[in-house]
Design a protein around this ligand. Structure first.
Ligand SMILES: NC(=O)c1ccc[n+]([C@@H]2O[C@H](COP(=O)([O-])OP(=O)(O)OC[C@H]3O[C@@H](n4cnc5c(N)ncnc54)[C@H](OP(=O)(O)O)[C@@H]3O)[C@@H](O)[C@H]2O)c1
Length: 299
């Protein structure tokens, strides 16, 4: 079977892609990690998955990791402590992305799936120029376009997984509170439920990239699982688990927070979203098109 090399395979996005690829049975996933000795890498190895070492700061290691694969799933790490907070003038996420794209080109990769975000500076016509985690990914996308490597882009929204991956739900006497100070209670948000949808979207691209009639190459596909305010999300989670969850917002304070058990929260969030799936309105049409595409034979 052809190989897809997956960056971030020990993290949220890459692991979702890895699981979906495994389930599709059309490609052999190869996971990339900076270390084979972490629990996440060891867990993959124990399941018989090939894990190779690659570090996005080191192009040669990335080339080695990719060698012999047909496809690459690429995600970069904006939050890397080596470069965070972002310095647009210095070494940053764009360096990681350029290393990855250049390595893919030099290794003759046939198809590159880039996890991207919109260029907020451009889209807002210069009104918002400091949303680096978005603009960086758009810059990498431009580099990919110029490289000549066949590619398609998956655009993501806010991950509901943040609630348990980053301990964003605070325990209260009566339930949980979701403090998300960047957003107002009535601000609409496009969510990408990574564990549920991102892998399926990647598999749909994998199944269709060789078919010129489908013309997916060079295109951007938003993966939007649902649209909601954070208040609606909180209500959904509360309904799902039948416990009282206050959907009010409050600013972060310096006071210590009691973290809820991430595994429990994950179960609550997933159950909540599942229980109300559909109530937030229609799924994004591009995503529906892709997710309904039947996996075809890989060449
Ligand atoms: N959270 C959101 O709502 C959201 C929404 C849209 C986009 N994003 C973007 O998603 C990206 C993070 O993705 P994620 O949440 O899937 O990641 P994650 O769960 O935080 O995991 C990070 C992954 O990146 C790998 N990694 C980190 N530094 C690396 C390096 N120098 N070289 C190679 N691999 C490296 C890690 O692998 P090892 O530790 O095994 O090496 C791990 O698999 C960020 O760029 C963020 O801007 C996030």
């Amino acid at each position: 079977m052809p190989i897809i090399t997956i960056f971030g395979a020990t993290g949220n996005q890459g692991s979702a892609v890895l699981q979906a690829v495994l389930a599709s049975g059309t490609y052999t996933p190869r996971a990339v990690s900076r270390s084979l000795d972490t629990p996440a890498s060891k867990a993959l190895i124990a399941k018989g998955i090939e894990v190779v070492v690659g570090n996005l700061w080191d192009k040669e290691s990335v080339k080695k990791a990719i060698r012999g694969s047909d496809v690459v799933f690429g995600t970069t790490n904006f939050w890397d402590p080596e470069v965070f907070p972002a310095d647009p003038q210095g070494k940053g996420e764009i360096t990681q992305g350029k290393n990855l794209v250049d390595a893919a080109k030099e290794e003759g990769v046939k198809f590159f799936i880039h996890s991207s975000l919109p260029n907020v500076s451009e889209d807002s016509k210069g009104q918002f120029t400091h949303v680096y985690h978005c603009d960086n990914k758009a810059a990498i996308e431009n580099h990919l376009k110029a490289s000549g490597v066949p590619f398609a882009v998956l655009l993501t929204g806010y991950f509901p997984e943040n609630l348990y991956n980053y301990g964003l739900m605070e325990k209260t006497d009566t339930g949980f509170r979701i403090p998300i100070p960047k957003y107002g209670p009535n601000d609409n948000q496009e969510f990408t439920w990574v564990g549920h949808d991102l892998g399926q979207a990647a598999v749909a691209l994998l199944s269709n990239y060789h078919d010129s009639k489908k013309s997916i190459l060079g295109k951007r596909f938003p993966v939007v699982s649902f649209k909601a305010t954070h208040t609606e999300l909180a209500d959904a989670i509360a309904k799902g688990e039948c416990f009282q969850l206050r959907s009010s917002f409050r600013a972060r304070s310096g006071a210590p927070r009691e973290k809820a058990d991430p595994a429990k929260i994950e179960a609550y969030v997933c159950q909540g979203i599942r229980s109300v799936s559909g109530v937030f309105g229609s799924h994004h049409s591009a995503f529906v098109t892709m997710s309904s595409a039947k996996p075809g034979p890989a060449t």
